[in-house]
Design a protein around this ligand. Structure first.
Ligand SMILES: [Zn+2]
Length: 146
């Protein structure tokens, strides 16, 4: 689910497309005023299942956010039928430090709920349906936030 190998061409394209900052915390990717620090960002891929096909969509994240997204998503890795788009949307609305506008648009809560309270309810219904191990991992993840 998480991959970080991509070509220089991919990096350049995504930096041009997204701007030189982390989509999740808005940290800029500059070493100093001029130079891009390409080592400080990662691509995060999430799956969109569309009938029989699976599409991998990338998001740009700094290393800190990339690792945090990984911790969150991997809580549910043993669950058979996880909607990765749903998980990432929940992450954007709940745990992302300072998500940019485009990221919020791409991960609207509207496919899942009409408002934030309903979105939380939807997530907790999903969580209660998970294996005990996933719930334990999620509790450990939450504890890293306090
Ligand atoms: Zn970040």
């Amino acid at each position: 689910m998480l991959r970080s190998s991509f070509t220089q061409k991919d990096k350049d394209f995504l930096l041009l497309k997204n701007g030189p900052c982390c989509n999740f915390c808005s940290k800029a990717f500059f070493k100093d005023d001029k130079e891009f620090d390409l080592s400080s960002f990662k691509l995060f891929f999430y799956k969109i299942r569309n009938k029989s096909t699976t599409v991998l969509k990338p998001e740009i994240a700094c290393i800190k956010c990339y690792q945090d997204i990984g911790l969150f998503v991997n809580c549910f890795v043993i669950e058979g039928l996880v909607d990765d788009t749903f998980l990432l949307s929940y992450y954007v609305y709940t745990f992302a430090v300072n998500p940019n506008h485009d990221l919020r648009l791409r991960h609207s809560l509207l496919p899942y709920a009409l408002n934030r309270t309903q979105f939380d309810d939807t997530f907790f219904k999903f969580l209660f349906s998970c294996e005990v191990k996933s719930k334990e991992l999620y509790l450990q993840y939450i504890n890293t936030k306090t």
